[in-house]
Design a protein. Structure first.
Length: 115
């Protein structure tokens, strides 16, 4: 099974930026759909940004214009550039992909935005 490892989380003040990276154990070129979800305490896991199997990108309304997802197939990574962060963005961010019909998750990385 493919493995996903996130990095780049941390503590940042409101208005700041962070860049998350997800390294996959196999070629991202072969992975149909992949992206980022987040889960805040007491809340359901929600989609942040993802590439669909058709190659299009989807963003949560709350992050449009602030977050950008990208992928580097040469390095087998998917990245999330997060700008103008808000306290409401505080959550554990999880990398996700669909692999042979299965949902695969990374272990998550904490993002904390202070006001």
């Amino acid at each position: 099974q493919v493995q996903l490892v996130e990095s780049g989380g941390g503590l940042v003040q409101a208005g700041g930026s962070l860049r998350l990276s997800c390294a996959a154990s196999e070629s991202t070129f072969r992975l149909n759909a992949m992206g980022w979800y987040r889960q805040a305490p007491g809340k359901q896991r929600e989609l942040v940004a993802a590439f669909s199997s058709g190659g299009s990108t989807n963003y949560a309304d709350s992050v449009k214009g602030r977050f950008t997802i990208s992928r580097d197939n040469a390095k087998n990574t998917v990245n999330l550039q997060m700008n103008n962060l808000k306290p409401g963005d505080t959550a554990v961010y999880l990398c996700w992909c669909r692999w042979h019909g299965l949902d695969v998750w990374g272990q998550g990385t904490q993002v904390t935005v202070s006001s």
